[in-house]
Design a protein around this ligand. Structure first.
Ligand SMILES: O=C(O)C(=O)C[C@@H](O)CO
Ligand SMILES: [Mg+2]
Length: 396
């Protein structure tokens, strides 16, 4: 079998989006003095909205087509795929996936290694694994280690910082749908001072009041704090028994992560902005995180994520990939060291994590706090939707 064609298209959402709501998610830009959070403007997350997605189709001489995707800097990812990566995959046998992944990784090493180049590599690699599953009529997880769970426990992920009563209603709604784990977002960070600390604690208190202590609560900072602020608030958060506190500082502050991870009983998680096997080796060696959260469509694809799963298992650090989505669910299903998945229900398009549902069909819908992968659906189990196509601008 040979790869004969690689097509990368950018799907840019033109449909309605949920209007931004002020400090609804602390993020890495908050420390920049004139970020919208300070100016009181209505969108503190504007540099972290993903309203475009690159869809990659890899075709073979046997007529198989594999689907891959990347959500970071989609137009740049497409350019990297077209100009730098496709030549290294075309003509290759998709079963030589390690060789292809290494070729793409090494060919772009002078400027790749982290960020959008790795995300672009991921998209082609994911499509290759979709082909491999289809070639042998097996779901991808069966090629990685098989079924390690009857079904995958998942946690409800949203609870952006809005009106506390609205957050409580949201938590209640998804508790009633059977979720037993919830991730919420902080709205405030160092630039909001003690009043922001109080507001952050109030939001955790409010959600705990609804979900109680029989359910897991995870706290998301999305790189919006710094070590000093985190050291100040972490001891105040311990009584809420969070399962983890996510991305307190920027991804490059690995020593900061390690200091915070040693500081309190609250496990620090991260990894959705880390790339390659070596990036995670560094995180693990420094004990920077207690939960690894790579995203398979960023880290280097399924080939790389599978290696990272093994590395994390050796360090006894669980892997709970970022975002849910089929390219991650297959890794989670195939490893006992992946206890659960993140899950975004299909909502109106807001930050963009939900856009995946508008492009691909086949994503499992959570039932009673679990998602299921079928044994009889080959490859990733995704197809391209046509019913929302009119709400996308497609860049060929
Ligand atoms: O789902 C996550 O972990 C994210 O970081 C999503 C991002 O949009 C901030 O919540
Ligand atoms: Mg996150």
């Amino acid at each position: 079998m040979k790869i004969t064609k690689i097509r990368a298209r950018v799907f840019e959402w033109q449909g309605p989006t949920v209007p931004p709501q002020g400090n609804f998610c602390s993020n890495a830009m908050d420390l920049v003095w004139d970020n919208k959070a300070h100016a009181g403007a209505d969108d503190t997350m504007d540099t972290f909205r993903f309203h475009g997605w690159t869809v990659v189709e890899v075709e073979t001489d046997t007529g198989l087509v594999g689907l891959g995707n990347v959500a970071l800097a989609p137009r740049i990812a497409k350019a990297i795929i077209d100009q730098y990566l496709a030549p290294h995959a075309l003509g290759q046998d998709p079963w030589d996936y390690e060789y292809i992944n290494q070729r793409m990784y090494r060919a772009t090493h002078a400027w790749g290694r982290k960020g959008v180049a790795m995300a672009a590599i991921s998209a082609i690699d994911i499509a290759i694994w979709d082909i491999l599953g289809k070639a042998v009529n097996k779901p991808v997880f069966k090629l990685l280690g098989g079924r390690t769970k009857e079904k995958i426990p998942c946690y409800y992920s949203k609870l952006y910082r809005t009106d506390l009563k609205d957050m409580q209603r949201e938590a209640e709604t998804f508790m009633k749908q059977g979720f037993k784990a919830f991730k919420m977002r902080f709205g405030y960070g160092p630039q909001h001072g003690q009043q922001g600390v109080v507001e952050n604690l109030k939001s955790v208190e409010a959600v705990r009041e609804v979900i109680g202590y029989d359910n897991d609560l995870m706290l998301e900072c999305y790189m919006g704090w710094n070590v000093e602020y985190a050291k100040r608030i972490l001891p105040k958060l311990e009584k809420y028994q969070p399962r983890w506190l996510e991305e307190p500082v920027i991804a490059d502050d690995i020593d900061g992560y390690a200091e915070l991870n040693r500081l309190t009983s609250i496990p620090i998680s991260g990894g959705e902005h880390e790339f390659s096997l070596y990036g995670f080796k560094q995180l693990l060696e420094k004990k920077a995180v207690s939960v690894v959260q790579y995203d398979t469509n960023r880290v280097g694809g399924i080939t790389m994520a599978h290696k990272i799963n093994a590395l994390c298992e050796a360090y006894s650090v669980p892997v709970i990939p970022h975002a849910g989505q089929m390219h991650n669910y297959h890794l989670t299903m195939s490893s006992l060291n992946c206890p659960m998945s993140e899950y975004f229900p299909m909502f109106d398009v807001e930050v963009g994590n939900e856009l995946f549902y508008y492009i691909f069909a086949g994503e499992p819908v959570a039932e009673n706090g679990f998602v299921q992968l079928r044994d009889d659906v080959p490859g990733l189990g995704l197809t391209l939707r046509t019913d929302y196509l009119d709400q996308f601008r497609i860049v060929e």
